[in-house]
Design a protein around this ligand. Structure first.
Ligand code: UDX
Length: 437
């Protein structure tokens, strides 16, 4: 029997998961409380930028296996229901807001058929899955709930979903594991590592993986601070320590730090949860990880003041990049925009360029100036900041850009540009964690 799958919540995670499950050959229905999102997906348009996803969505819609609906009853004959709704940071604290997770569970619990399985994918504080399972079974005893955390990166969402580097399933019995083995049969045939865990461990795998990645980035940014103080070069240091396979060279790119919809809020929710568990001492260090990360933004502004002038009033600053990382139009907690807004608040005129994220940036920071041309953005600028490492910025000809600016000063906030090339073209070139010579 082929399983029929539903995906509850069709944001970044859900839209990707729905299209990928259809690609694996399942009949899939995606539902969401936002009718505009559903209409857009049903018409083959993803409401955000993710390489390869729109093409996959359209080809899967064309097979007839994939559909979207804003009517929840569309899921009632499905066998497996993936919960993919958001868990944002609460407005008044560090914790995760679980409103959507529980409201979606309560909405589907009475209408799903006997024998069906609910699978949580959203990132939640440890203990949530057990609570949800209890609530589900109280409403619909002949069902079950498992946890299957998602590790996809924006910009690689399709690849990470179809070819994950591991699959983690939190289950309470072997029958449930068997259903999940059917869902992921193709991945298992390709020998994707399969980790079976209890519910709390499965929840913790996700947040601890993100905490580790955040720690790696803040570690190298702390080393950048030391390099600056001691006259060293963090890019050389990162390269050298990265050759040790126990350390590895990935996620050691020093700069303005991490942002986005996951790492910052997951880190904070993990800290909040540890406190509730009475284990806050264990994660005390994550507060420093968060502070180092936010400090990188402040240090960037200090560099601007140092290289331009203490008083930024009347200065023209060009910013290359608005998205929290390249190959994404996501501006949630974007270090690039945070820095831009702070510089603007200090009295400078800031113009931001980004190949994909301008319209999202405009919604969040309407007071900044935007340009969709690099040339126009840097025209007459007193200083240029490189804040998101899009490939097109590495392809800029510094000689040509030199002729457009008022003063040739570049500060590379991502340590991604070729310093020698920019200096040879006559630019004063600065970067976080690198000495001035
Ligand atoms: C992350 C996790 O990688 C993913 O597994 C999880 O499911 C969701 O959160 P994502 O938010 O897409 O994914 O971004 P990621 O590629 O991890 O980058 C996070 C941030 O760290 C970005 O702002 C990026 O610019 C920054 N970063 C990354 C650095 O500053 N330095 C690095 O060396 C790597």
């Amino acid at each position: 029997m082929t399983l029929k799958i539903s995906v509850i919540g069709t944001g970044y995670l859900g839209a990707t998961h729905a299209a990928c499950m259809s690609h694996l050959g399942f009949e899939v229905v995606g539902v969401d409380i936002d009718p505009a999102k559903i209409a857009s997906l049903a018409a083959g348009t993803i409401p955000f930028y993710e390489p390869g996803l729109q093409e996959l969505l359209q080809s899967e819609l064309a097979t007839g296996r994939l559909s979207f609906s804003s009517d929840l009853s569309a899921i009632s004959d499905c066998d497996v229901h993936f919960i993919c709704v958001g868990t944002p940071q609460v407005a008044d604290g560090l914790a995760a807001d679980l409103t959507y997770v529980f409201s979606s569970l309560n909405a589907i619990a009475p209408i799903i058929k006997p024998g069906s399985l609910v699978v949580g994918k959203s990132t939640v504080p440890v203990g949530t899955a057990a609570k949800m399972r209890e609530q589900l079974l109280a409403i619909n005893p002949d069902t079950d709930l498992a946890w299957n955390p998602e590790f996809l990166r924006e910009g690689f969402a399709v690849e990470d979903t179809l070819k994950p580097n591991r699959l983690v399933v939190g289950v309470t019995n072997s029958k449930t594991e068997e259903i999940l083995r059917q869902v992921y049969a193709k991945n298992l045939a390709e020998e994707t590592p399969w980790v079976v865990a209890d519910l709390p461990t499965a929840e913790l795998v996700k947040v601890s993986a993100n905490a580790f990645l955040a720690t790696k980035i803040s570690f190298i940014n702390a080393m950048a601070e030391i390099c600056e103080a001691a006259g060293g070069d963090v890019t050389v240091l990162a390269k050298a320590i990265g050759y040790d396979p126990r350390i590895g060279n990935r996620f050691l790119q020093a700069g303005i730090g991490f942002g986005g919809g996951c790492l910052p809020k997951d880190l904070r929710a993990f800290i909040a949860r540890s406190k509730e568990l009475g284990a806050d001492q264990a994660l005390e260090f994550l507060r420093d990880i968060d502070s180092i990360n936010l400090r990188a933004r402040t240090r960037m502004i200090e560099l601007v003041r140092k290289d331009l002038s203490e008083d930024l009033r009347g200065k023209k600053i060009a910013v290359l990049g608005a998205a929290f990382k390249p190959d994404s139009d996501d501006v949630r907690d974007s270090p690039a925009l945070d820095i831009s807004a702070q510089i603007q608040a200090a009295g400078a005129t800031v113009t931001v360029h980004d190949p994909k994220a301008i319209s999202n940036a405009q919604k969040r920071f309407p007071a900044l100036n935007y340009s969709d041309s690099i040339e126009e953005c840097v025209k007459e600028a007193d200083l240029v900041l490189h804040l998101t490492e899009w490939k097109l910025y590495r392809e800029i000809d510094p000689v040509q850009l030199h002729s457009l600016v008022a003063q040739p000063i570049m500060i590379d906030g991502r340590n991604a540009l070729d310093r020698d090339k920019w200096r040879a073209a006559g630019w004063k070139f600065r970067a976080l964690g690198r000495s001035e010579n």
